[in-house]
Ligand binder design. Structure first.
Ligand code: FAD
Ligand code: NAD
Length: 154
């Protein structure tokens, strides 16, 4: 099995799209991620998976905290900005949730403190204890087979 086959197969798992954000020395760094999962209810834990080559890895290690921002259906541009796929864009202004930078107007803002980091292959899994949540009522941005989609009613 080659790398392309693996990616094509994993791309068949439809996901939402998040932007992870972390702050070091007053500078906020964001990164698009779809490797996000709810882990535990008591305590409330989530997991994200960050590539070893991503700038975000050191940011989260240094800050010890991160936010997960679940994007709404009209926020494809934000996904592209934070995946490094759109260089010419307006400045992105962040809000705060429990002191952690979060994106305004997303579907859900989740602030987390890092409780564990597990290196697995070429990624690091960060376990985050959820410290606060803010939910808006709108539709999610969907990612499937390398393309953005939106939900359709059955
Ligand atoms: P960079 O590539 O340097 O930064 C990311 C981009 O965000 C740059 O263009 C930068 O200018 C911009 N940016 C950062 N902070 C700010 C700010 N404060 N204001 C304005 N712009 C800013 N990778 C993973 O490791 N795990 C995943 O789960 C994952 N899922 C992905 C899902 C999707 C749908 C896509 C498209 C990509 C995914 N990636 C994932 C890949 C990852 O998003 C890119 O490789 C990303 O470029 C890595 O970011 P970086 O931290 O290395 O920083
Ligand atoms: P793609 O076809 O490369 O990705 C399809 C699926 O494969 C993704 O949704 C993910 O589940 C998996 N995948 C892709 N790259 C991976 C990696 N380096 N490690 C582990 N799993 C990976 O193309 P795309 O979805 O259009 O992605 C665009 C870019 O974003 C690519 O450079 C891709 O590598 C990167 N990406 C990285 C991750 C990740 O690191 N977990 C996830 C999604 C996308």
């Amino acid at each position: 099995m080659d790398e392309r086959q693996f990616r094509n197969a994993m791309g068949k798992f439809a996901t939402g799209v998040t932007v992870i954000a972390a702050e070091v020395d007053g500078n906020v760094h964001g990164m698009t991620a779809n490797a996000f999962m709810s882990v535990s209810l008591s305590p409330k834990l989530v997991v994200i998976s960050i590539a070893e080559k991503a700038q975000m890895l050191e940011k989260i290690k240094q800050s010890g905290a991160f936010s997960v921002n679940i994007l709404a259906s009209d926020q494809k541009d934000l996904s592209m900005v934070f995946a490094g796929q759109m260089k010419d864009h307006q400045e992105v202004v962040f809000d705060r949730l429990d002191g952690v930078p979060v994106l305004p107007n997303v579907l859900t803002q989740i602030s987390c403190e890092v409780t564990a980091a597990h290196v697995e292959g070429d990624h690091t899994l960060f376990i985050g204890r959820v410290t606060d949540i803010h939910v808006n009522d709108s539709d999610p941005l969907i990612y499937y087979s390398g393309k953005y989609r939106s939900l359709a009613e059955e």
